[in-house]
Design a protein around this ligand. Structure first.
Ligand code: HEM
Length: 523
């Protein structure tokens, strides 16, 4: 029998915490709006298959529901919980979330309907512990702690720079040298004891370049950022996200908050120095009349500072968000991708052939990457097998809407379970297999039934105005390094390595155990 704490825990393992739903004012549906959406064919929310009886009671319903499902509290419990909901009720499920209703969606066409509802300011629950830290230190809030107009004001300038198509070529230039240094480190081959930490170093070095146009020295351990602190930040965010809404750190200094504060103080102090140095370099090159030449290289910091609507404080907070979000995400996805490539030697060979034929004797350029469709399919397939976040995306509308013929009152919490969709054999044939070919239109090795995938079943970076702002950077970072590395080395798992990857969620999917790799230089 699960304890009450455990029963609640599923609710708190979402990558981005659900909001405090005790505030009824947020959730009371507007009767006028209900009327406008009513239609003879539109059925009420209560008709959505889901909980009844005690499990439908406000506040305590989720306890009864959890008891009625056979799920175990483990690191992938949100996944287990969602799978059980789907098994029991179907592809659209209504459950109680505190005093509100939550609707879980397992059908890509319904997910599409949700995502296509235009919202100027899509809401996402803020990263609370960071919000509190900022308040306490009288710092401005940032992308991950803001919503509404305040969020949009910060998002717009950063998005213009980071997600425009031209950004990719700038990123290739930025990242190529970092990736080359990574590959050089292993030029003689040998064994990498654990992939994750070395890829964390690469990701930190890369995102340091994005933010400050300078090398931090993470890959040769002379770095000014102590990576341990980044992990402490994610640990604390993770613990906070399981806190059942009880936040003692709001009143007393808890060990968890102290850990978070110590880590963020460190990162923030490095940032202060970096920003100061970057500004004095700019002053210097301006005084020397070399600004134009200096800015030939992409310079996010300068571009954000020059934006008329960004204050220096906004810039500093935006860069900090990018820096922190940018490390755990790509390093873990890369670890999982390389594990799959080492496990599936035939796929690795196919990738090697693509890289060699596209690059010839030349470098991995932007043009070359544009022609590496198998590489991109490998990354996509990795994110299908190991959904980077669990269970998927979250939406909440401030007006009533109709979805799949059901009336959804304003404030209902909608959870789009992409993780389950990605593992659904109706949507992806043989979902347990690593088959990048399913995303290759021109490939003839798989039959059409493998390839008939619905794009709304796999959205690892989210969708729409609030999707991942780092998507292009992250993809380029993974593509450049993977192309350079697998062109140079053949990688295999050690003979006693478990072929089933065990992983957990710490906001992002993280391998539970060390991932060792043997690498042999290709001649
Ligand atoms: C494999 C790599 C990555 C994955 C899978 C990923 C995934 C996501 C997802 C799912 C979201 C939330 C989208 C939503 O709520 O609809 C998000 C938001 C965000 N990501 Fe990423 N991300 C990755 C890499 C990065 C990188 C490299 C950066 C920074 C350079 C970054 C910065 C951010 C930021 C700042 C947000 C919040 C955006 C906002 O609220 O406006 N991410 N990411």
């Amino acid at each position: 029998m699960l304890s009450t704490t455990k029963c609640f825990a599923w609710r708190l393992r979402f990558p981005f915490r659900l909001p405090n739903v005790f505030s009824t004012s947020l959730y009371s549906s507007n009767p006028a709006a209900v009327q406008t959406t009513k239609h003879p064919e539109v059925r009420p929310l209560e008709d959505i298959p889901g909980v009844s009886g005690k499990s439908a009671l406000p506040y305590v319903g989720s306890i009864f529901l959890s008891k009625s499902l056979d799920y175990k509290l483990d690191d992938v419990q949100v996944k287990t919980f969602c799978s059980q909901l789907q098994k029991k009720f179907g592809d659209i499920v209504r459950i109680r979330i505190k005093n509100n209703w939550g609707v879980f969606i397992f059908d890509p066409d319904l997910a599409k309907e949700v995502l296509e509802i235009q919202l100027k300011y899509p809401y996402r629950p803020p990263v609370d512990i960071l919000r509190v830290y900022n308040d306490r230190h009288k710092l401005s809030q940032s992308l991950v702690t803001l919503n509404g107009e305040a969020w949009a004001r910060l998002r717009k300038p950063a998005q213009q720079l980071m997600l425009r198509p031209l950004a990719v070529s700038a990123y290739v230039d930025t990242l190529s040298k970092v990736a080359e240094d990574f590959v050089q480190k292993y030029q003689d081959g040998g064994t990498i004891e654990d992939l994750r930490p070395v890829l964390v170093d690469y990701a930190t070095e890369s995102v340091g370049m994005l933010c400050f146009n300078r090398r931090f020295g993470c890959m040769d351990k002379t770095g000014i950022i102590d990576i341990k602190f980044i992990e402490d930040i994610f640990d604390a965010v993770d613990v906070d996200s399981k806190s059942l809404g009880f936040k003692p750190y709001l009143y007393v200094s808890t060990p968890m908050y102290r850990k978070f504060k110590r880590a963020l103080d460190h990162v923030y102090s490095v940032f202060q120095v970096e920003i100061k140095n970057a500004l004095s370099t700019l002053e210097k090159v301006k005084a020397e009349g070399k600004l134009e030449e200096y800015l030939e290289k992409p310079n996010l910091l300068y571009s954000l500072l020059s934006h008329p609507k960004m204050t220096p404080a906004d810039v500093d907070r935006t860069l900090l968000d990018l820096f922190i979000a940018g490390i755990e995400s790509t390093s873990n996805t890369l670890s999982l991708l390389w594990f799959e490539l080492a496990k599936n030697q035939d796929k690795q060979e196919k990738l090697y052939k693509e890289i060699s034929s596209v690059c010839g004797n030349g470098d991995v350029t932007k043009e070359a990457l544009a022609n590496m469709s198998y590489l991109k399919a490998c990354v996509r397939e990795t994110m299908r097998i190991y959904s980077p976040t669990s269970p998927g995306s979250y939406r909440r509308f401030d007006k009533d809407v109709v979805l799949g013929g059901y009336h959804i009152p304003a404030g209902t919490e909608l959870v789009l379970c992409f993780q389950q969709m990605c593992e659904d054999p109706r949507l992806f044939k043989s979902p347990e297999k690593f088959l990048p070919e399913r995303f290759m239109r021109d490939d003839t090795t798989l039959t059409e039934e493998y390839k008939n995938t619905n794009p709304f079943a796999i959205l690892p970076f989210g969708f729409g105005p609030r999707s991942c702002i780092g998507q292009r950077f992250a993809e380029t970072e993974m593509h450049v390094l993977t192309a350079k590395f697998f062109r140079r080395f053949k990688a295999s798992l050690l003979p006693d390595t478990n072929k089933t990857m065990e992983y957990k969620y710490r906001t992002f999917a993280v391998p539970k155990n060390a991932v060792p790799l043997t690498i042999t230089p290709r001649v």
